[in-house]
Design a protein around this ligand. Structure first.
Ligand SMILES: Cc1cc2nc3c(=O)[nH]c(=O)nc-3n(C[C@H](O)[C@H](O)[C@H](O)COP(=O)(O)OP(=O)(O)OC[C@H]3O[C@@H](n4cnc5c(N)ncnc54)[C@H](O)[C@@H]3O)c2cc1C
Length: 636
């Protein structure tokens, strides 16, 4: 298979403009003849539904939750990037493009990243027009703060609730279309399969999570905006319903899965505190604007942090990376935190934590200023740990956070299945091997508000799409297959809960394919997962029936796919013989323990084709860097 990303020719600055002009258009009167399915109501899905319906298409939108507003995007805290250069500190589209390509350790497609940087400025205007209450400076301009991997302030925010406010904007735009009759909303639905007719995506099969009923939904095209797969590690900062199901089922139908081993581990999360914990909590990267990361110089120093004098503190990020200090990108910060803890210098009862200290900032700027910026984050930390960051430094440790990998898409955001578009965190995205903070919201909204409205039109106008109804045998086959799987899960009546299998899978993943990886460990993990999967299908305990609300069945369905997907993630990690961004193979590191890329052989996107259970074929999309010079990433 030859992967063609369909990147338009010409200078990078005008590629998108030219492409938009060259894409075919659907006549306004014909738009209402098309039905489009959008799965997902996070920022990517809600913005896509609203924009496509606004254009006149008929949209059917699906989500797992009882309301679209509960999509995981609501949890996003810190902010959204845009190259507006309001502070006049040297930002530009070019700089955002450069920072993103470099931040992703040169494993992203240049043309897509440039387009993202261009669109970033439109997103902010669009959201302001919707009424999103971004923080403002005294003079009225929108305020900005800094995020990792950048030396300019380009992050727009609404306290520590940026995702919530942006999602309310996208939600209200979508609900306006629900009222206008152009979006039909299907909450509490779980997508179980993608339906292909003549090789094209023509619909989905879903399970109604309340009644248990299977439903078939035909359409002219399908958009997946189903979020990331970070929960394959069990413990993560992701919402509990985060899954790989929709993407995985599409993968099994022919959509290539790209860079599955690129999983971001975020440096500042509340550390794990017990074996039965089911969720980890992020402490936003925005805190690193003012927070200083440190450990005591003397290992095992038992004094309370406030009694340890400056001279006995090791501000290890500031001393190792003087240019970027505490705002080095996430992969770099996470690895350094791990390294310092592995050396026995960590703090807290497990010694797997470091301090994130805002005392200097509180003293310098005063409580009121800090409260305005981070008040809700402080409150959240105190509620969870019982300690007030106003009085003592927070304790943090890295945790799984974001999936840079996902379904492979071309420049039009179309997967290798014609008519299947993938947006937001569920595509392999523009972030390469490491995402810079505040860039996921930017990408999800760029995809939904500003890219899919054009590329969808181009596809629909240029493709012959005969009528397909839910009576088509492809729907019957997909429904039967999905029903058989549910029946099988219910028939096992074993001894271990789906959550128990999930927890064990997560432990294996974190240990062998987490922050650092080596070949023997990954080979061992692959065998362990194969054994676990075998046991799952003999010993999983799913009580109840498929005919009504059954959360154990939902969970088992998720874990079944995670167990298959985990093997692909390992395969991808094993095959990438270099270190880059979040993918840190200990065999490839510099003398200073930084990731060592091998551009001659590894400058590619790994795109995996499903080849039967436990098997996958690797295709490579070569990455060319014509505008940003390939260089060793340095934040010193
Ligand atoms: C705690 C936290 C804080 C973050 N803060 C920031 C930040 O400050 N800035 C930033 O840029 N990024 C941030 N991120 C990342 C960012 O929030 C996400 O990448 C982004 O919101 C993902 O949006 P999405 O629309 O792609 O998917 P999601 O918001 O995850 O939505 C997925 C949707 O798909 C639906 N769905 C999933 N599977 C199925 C299925 N099988 N059937 C039917 N429906 C399905 C769900 O119901 C949901 O509606 C943060 C992430 C976390 C975890």
């Amino acid at each position: 298979m030859k992967l063609d990303a369909g990147v338009p020719g010409g200078p990078i600055e005008s590629k998108w403009d030219r492409h938009r002009f060259e894409l075919k258009l659907v006549n306004p009167a014909n738009k209402r003849k098309f039905e489009i399915i959008v799965v997902g109501t996070g920022l990517a899905g809600a913005s896509a539904s609203a924009s496509l319906a606004e254009l006149g298409y008929n949209v059917k939108t699906f989500c797992i939750q009882d309301t679209p507003r509960r999509a995981h995007s609501i949890a996003a805290q810190g902010g959204i990037n845009a190259a507006k250069n309001y502070p006049g500190d040297g930002d530009s589209i070019w700089r955002l493009f450069y920072d993103t390509v470099k931040g992703g350790d040169f494993r992203a497609r240049e043309a897509n990243v440039y387009r993202l940087a261009q669109i970033s400025t439109l997103i902010i205007d669009h959201c302001v027009a919707q009424g999103v209450p971004f923080a403002r400076e005294y003079g009225g301009l929108l305020a900005n703060r800094s995020f990792g991997g950048a030396q300019v302030s380009r992050t727009f925010y609404a306290r520590g609730q940026t995702g919530q406010q942006l999602l309310l904007g996208a939600y209200q735009a979508m609900m306006r279309q629900v009222r206008a009759g152009r979006v039909k909303m299907f909450p509490r639905r779980d997508m179980l399969d993608l339906v292909l007719v003549d090789g094209m995506a023509r619909g989905i099969v879903v399970r109604n999570l309340v009644t248990g009923e299977m439903e078939s939904h035909p359409a002219h095209a399908v958009v997946l905006a189903t979020g990331g797969y970070g929960n394959v590690y069990y413990l993560s900062t992701n919402g509990a319903s985060g899954n790989v199901n929709a993407a995985w089922r599409a993968h099994k139908k022919g959509a290539l899965f790209a860079n599955p081993s690129f999983t971001q581990i975020h440096p500042t999360c509340i550390p794990v505190h017990g074996t039965y914990q089911s969720k980890l909590t992020l402490m936003s990267e925005s805190l690193r604007n003012d927070g200083r990361v440190w450990v005591p110089k003397n290992p095992g120093d038992k004094r309370p942090p406030n009694r340890i004098p400056e001279s006995e503190r090791n501000y290890f990020l500031e001393s190792k990376y003087p240019s970027f200090g505490n705002l080095v990108p996430r992969d770099v910060a996470s690895r350094n935190v791990k390294e310092i803890c592995d050396q026995g210098l960590g703090v807290g009862t497990t010694r797997y934590a470091v301090y994130l200290d805002l005392q200097d900032a509180i003293r310098r700027d005063g409580m009121e200023v800090i409260k305005k910026k981070y008040g809700n984050l402080f409150q959240m930390y105190e509620r969870i740990t019982g300690q007030s960051p106003w009085e003592v430094p927070m304790m943090i440790y890295p945790a799984v956070h974001y999936a840079m990998g996902g379904l492979w898409v071309d420049y039009n955001l179309m997967s290798t299945i014609p008519g299947l578009f993938v947006l937001g965190e569920s595509n392999f995205s523009d972030h390469g091997a490491n995402r810079l903070g505040a860039s996921a919201l930017m990408q999800g909204l760029a995809d939904g508000y500003f890219i899919i409205p054009y590329t969808m039109g181009g596809y629909l106008a240029g493709t012959r799409l005969p009528e397909v109804t839910e009576g088509h045998h492809a729907f019957r086959e997909a429904t039967n297959q999905a029903s058989d799987m549910m029946a099988k899960l219910l028939s096992i009546r074993g001894k271990r809960t789906p959550a128990d299998f999930h927890r064990e899978l997560g432990r294996i993943m974190w240990e062998y394919v987490g922050m650092s990886r080596d070949e023997p460990g990954m080979i061992k993990a692959r065998a362990m997962i194969a054994t676990l999967r075998e046991e799952f299908w003999k010993n999983v305990a799913v009580p109840g029936s498929h005919k009504d609300l059954n959360q154990a069945l939902e969970r088992a369905n998720r874990v079944a796919d995670f167990l298959e997907f985990a093997e692909l993630l390992l395969e991808d990690s094993l095959s990438r013989e270099e270190s880059c961004g979040c993918h840190f193979n200990v065999a490839f590191q510099t003398e200073e323990h930084e990731a060592l890329r091998r551009d001659e052989t590894c400058s590619y996107v790994a795109a995996w084709e499903y080849a039967g259970p436990g098997k996958a074929t690797l295709h490579k999309e070569p990455l060319k860097f014509e505008y940003v010079e390939l260089a060793t990433r340095s934040y010193k």
